[in-house]
Design a protein around this ligand. Structure first.
Ligand code: SRM
Ligand code: SF4
Length: 529
């Protein structure tokens, strides 16, 4: 099935109907026309839905100022690409900004539809693409942000992730074979020991495992979050060598999902619902048939045996004399100036490469020992600290009400303000991972956090106010586990007190006495744009 209605005789939901009428990718041919006529005149479904197939998101909260979601495979990009992205953002002055996302990706803001043809030409010139990054497509493919530079890594995933992206997107030009999936689809390929990508929350994840002495990947399937249901991925009972077989298996799983995934109820369309309906054995058999060759059974255990690292600070690379430095970017928000500065730092001190993490931070790799001293004096490190305080350090936040119409609360500003406030009031023996998400869609992954905060509306003193449901127990790295909701309906105004109590009771926090400080600064305290 290529860009057409699915084979089965299921009753189709309204999304399936508009996809069957016109494939999302077809708007590629309409872009010049859309740019010329202005967004107000664009057909409603093209505007609100199909443009997302090209990564172009109409934002009802800021009509006319679009969001552009890129693809950054394995979270790695060059300073040249970062500069092109920064120049795009810069055009839009105060409206322009970028966010590092929870899939180690970038989203640009403030974009005008009439500029898109020019922007896409600039992207193409440097090998950037935003194709198939939204709606019923395979999202940015994640991998360890220290792939190829981590002394303890098992498999360098950079090339594989690029191959899988190229297969799915037709080398960035768009591939109609995979633009009509029943729903979104997440792939992660982990080559390190610390499960830096949250393998368990992906529809397909590859995790390192030795089988009869040979290093390859065990395969997990069906992990996802949605407002209706959240599930950790389960073993497919499959093992693949770290070669082209990974690409072939991704293709086979996608074909099975595309041709047999459930399309009647959009709330029950993610891969796990098909696995539930069929049972794992039948699903595996269908994947093997699509693969057209044997799939070896899984290795008895995987090699995810480390706690998760956050990569902040200075770390020696496996290449002697070189270092990677993780900079803390508060809730992932970047200005054009900061993007240009990051590109400059990567060129002046490293080899021009930048890396993004699923914690919404940046890594600059390949900095020689001899250049570290000068690098650490750079003014940008006052804002993007390498020693953030305990709560600011591990903060993650989804977009929230500033730009997202699903949001029930404002997230990013509130997350930063609260973490900084609590950091000044409490000392903590270790960083505590607080994740904010503005609604039950869980883009900010509250279920993987030590403390997850999910936006909701609460009644307080007779009024509807912004509030959160609180999640706890998320465990990341080895033996990852999803957290669960422990408290419902806490008004945001009450959070300083409620979180202080939780931090004291569960994370060893102590109230600070006057003049007490933890030796680290939160970085220059500036509001995010
Ligand atoms: Fe998400 C929809 C933002 C990661 C689950 N997500 C949205 C939309 C597109 C809704 C919309 O149209 O406004 C949000 C765009 C807001 C904006 O303007 O930025 C949005 N999601 C994000 C990002 C930017 C959050 C962030 O601040 O980092 C992340 C972009 C990742 C990327 O680069 O592609 C993002 N979203 C996630 C994740 C986390 C992950 O992948 O690890 C999840 C949960 C994992 C999963 O999908 O299984 C996630 N987003 C959703 C869902 C629920 C999916 C479902 O099956 O029901 C929706 C709603 C939907 O698809 O209908 C959604
Ligand atoms: Fe928007 Fe909800 Fe996703 Fe946050 S969790 S970005 S509010 S859809």
């Amino acid at each position: 099935m290529v860009g057409t209605a699915p084979k089965s005789a299921q009753k189709l939901n309204k999304f399936e109907k508009f996809k069957a009428e016109k494939d999302g990718l077809a708007v590629k041919a309409d872009l010049d026309r859309f740019a010329a006529m202005g967004w107000e005149a664009v057909d409603e479904t093209d505007l609100n839905q199909r443009l997302k197939w090209l990564g172009i998101f109409f934002r009802p909260v800021t009509p006319g100022k679009f969001m552009l979601r890129m693809r950054v495979p394995n979270g790695i990009l060059s300073s040249q690409k970062m500069r092109v992205l920064a120049e795009v953002v810069k055009r839009y002055g105060e409206d322009g900004s970028a966010d590092i996302t929870t899939r180690q990706n970038l989203q640009l803001r403030g974009i005008h539809l009439e500029d898109i043809p020019d922007i896409f030409r600039r992207f193409e010139a440097v090998g950037l693409t935003s194709v198939q990054s939204g709606m019923d497509n395979v999202r940015n493919i994640t991998g360890s942000p220290v792939a190829g530079i981590d002394a303890h890594e098992l498999i360098d995933t950079r090339g594989l992730i690029r191959l899988v992206q190229d297969m799915i997107t037709g080398n960035g030009q768009g591939n109609a074979a995979f633009t009509n999936l029943p729903r979104k689809f997440n792939i992660a390929i982990e080559g390190g020991r610390d499960n830096s990508v949250h393998a368990e929350i992906n529809d397909v994840a590859f995790v390192p495992a030795y089988r009869e002495g040979q290093l390859g990947f065990n395969v997990l399937v069906g992990g996802f979050f949605s407002a209706r249901r959240c599930e950790a991925a389960i073993p497919l009972d499959g093992w693949v060598p770290p070669d082209e077989t990974v690409v072939a298996l991704c293709r086979a799983i996608l074909e099975v999902y595309r041709d047999h995934g459930l399309r009647a109820n959009r709330q029950k369309a993610r891969l796990m619902w098909l696995i539930d309906e069929w049972g794992l054995d039948r699903f595996r058999q269908a994947v093997v048939a699509a693969l057209g060759r044997d799939l070896l059974t899984a290795a008895p255990k995987d090699e995810l045996d480390w706690d998760k690292r956050d990569h902040i600070g200075v770390h020696p690379q496996k290449q002697q004399g070189l270092n990677f430095v993780g900079l803390h970017v508060p809730v992932g928000r970047l200005t054009a100036g900061q993007m240009l500065d990051l590109a400059r730092l990567a060129e002046v001190y490293g080899d021009g490469e930048l890396r993004l993490t699923v914690e919404q931070n940046v890594i600059i790799p390949h900095i020689p020992d001899s250049r570290l001293g000068a690098f650490l004096q750079e003014p940008l490190l006052q804002t993007f600290s390498i020693q953030p305080s305990a709560l600011t350090r591990s903060l993650v936040s989804c977009t929230g009400a500033q730009f997202c119409n699903f949001a029930l609360v404002e997230t990013k500003q509130r997350a930063i303000a609260l973490a900084r406030q609590l950091d000044t009031q409490l000392t903590l023996p270790q960083a505590v991972r607080i994740h904010w998400t503005g609604c039950p869609n869980s883009c900010g992954q509250p279920q993987v956090a030590d403390i997850g905060l999910m936006g909701t509306k609460v009644r307080k003193e007779g009024k509807a106010v912004e509030g959160v449901d609180i999640y706890m127990g998320g465990k990341v790295g080895k033996e990852a586990q999803l957290g669960t909701c422990v408290q419902k309906g806490v008004a945001c105004d009450d959070l300083p007190k409620v979180l202080t109590d939780l931090l004291i009771a569960h994370f060893g926090a102590q109230p600070r006495s006057l003049g007490d400080h933890n030796g680290h600064g939160p970085g220059t305290v500036t509001a995010i744009p």
